[in-house]
Design a protein around this ligand. Structure first.
Ligand code: LMR
Length: 331
């Protein structure tokens, strides 16, 4: 018995260096949407390129659709090293102490997609990612998923239509503020629970992008959707700083290249994916789409305008000022 143990220990000791040399670095990439979305496709593109550029020295495992972790859990998992990469929406970083990201949820703050890219690709975007460093997280990129729509079982055209409506929000205090200004009652809920909550009436409505409405089937349980574009949904792709900085420099370089290309790819499909999703929702005949008239939009803008100043206490004055300045908004 003793002898066998000694032998097997020796065998292990001999095999270990070889086995270790062959062991790829595993990156677990967890997210909450389906593979068939801009973020889902972006994660798969990163997987493909990372494995290609590192010659298989890195293996990327993608866990979509909350199969591994839900919203709240995934940042804890990144912190503890259970996963190495995530792409949460920027509305979800308050629990780790970076509420400044929520400033990007300010309503009507971006002048279209162009204004959004100007913001994330410029000093504002870089400054926000830098704030993650103090939390042990490295921000790698922003991924786009377009503008939010809003829905319920009644048409939402004017602020008065929101009165008393229970609306699911993903976590941002800024979304909480603007829905309250419209007269609604916002409620934070994990993304994976939204369909059921809408179906059973736990909440009456929600906001999200066409891609998410389509792939989570929210349109099946909401009779009216308003294509309001009142706020923007974007993700910060993040990794555990200790993990990232501990990688051999050459691997980190190859992964950075893979991430940059996956980012370009994701951002290049975000718009068309959302246009197509909206077409499919329309064609399903299961819901009615509404578009705001200029007068209706103006009524929303007037109703939510106080949020610009009220948000300062929640997310910081500097970031609100920077965004307002960038958008040319005098609040
Ligand atoms: C949500 O919770 O509504 C979104 O952040 C989900 C996502 O990742 O697109």
């Amino acid at each position: 018995m003793k002898r066998r143990t000694a032998l097997s220990t020796m065998g292990l000791a001999l095999a270990a260096p070889h086995a270790l040399a062959q062991q790829p670095v595993v990156i677990k990439f967890s997210h909450v949407v389906t593979n068939d979305t801009p973020k889902g496709k972006g994660a798969l593109k990163f997987q493909e390129l990372a494995e290609k550029y590192t010659g298989g020295r890195v293996k990327v495992e993608v866990y979509p659709n909350s199969t591994l972790y839900k919203d709240k859990e995934e940042l804890d998992a990144l912190n503890s090293g259970s996963v190495q990469m995530l792409a949460p929406s920027t509305a979800k970083f308050r629990p780790i102490g970076v509420p400044e990201f929520e400033a990007m949820d300010l309503p009507f703050i971006f002048n279209g997609e162009e204004g959004y890219y100007k913001t994330v690709d410029g000093p504002i975007g870089a400054g926000l990612l830098k704030r993650l460093e103090a939390k042990g997280i490295t921000g790698l990129a922003y991924w786009d998923n377009g503008f939010h729509m809003v829905s319920a079982n009644r048409p939402l055209l004017l602020p008065a239509d929101f009165q008393g409506l229970k609306v699911r929000i993903s976590g941002s205090k800024v979304a909480d503020l603007y829905f309250r200004k419209l007269g609604a009652l916002p409620q934070i809920m994990a993304f994976s629970e939204v369909y059921h909550a809408l179906q059973t009436g736990v909440v009456d409505g929600c906001e999200n992008t066409p891609s998410n409405y389509w792939t989570q089937k929210f349109y099946e349980v909401q009779k009216h959707i308003t294509v309001s574009s009142h706020a923007h949904l974007q993700y910060a792709v993040v990794t555990n700083a200790k993990f990232w900085n501990g990688l051999p420099a050459d691997l980190r370089g190859q992964l950075t290249k893979a991430m940059n290309e996956a980012t370009q790819y994701t951002n290049s499909i975000a718009k068309s994916e959302n246009v197509e999703a909206l077409e499919k929702i329309k064609a399903s005949g299961k819901t009615t789409l509404h578009y705001l008239t200029p007068q209706q939009r103006a009524a929303w803008v007037t109703a939510v305008k106080p949020v610009y100043h009220e948000a300062e206490a929640r997310v910081g004055k500097q970031i609100v000022d920077d965004l307002l300045k960038s958008a040319g908004i005098v609040a």
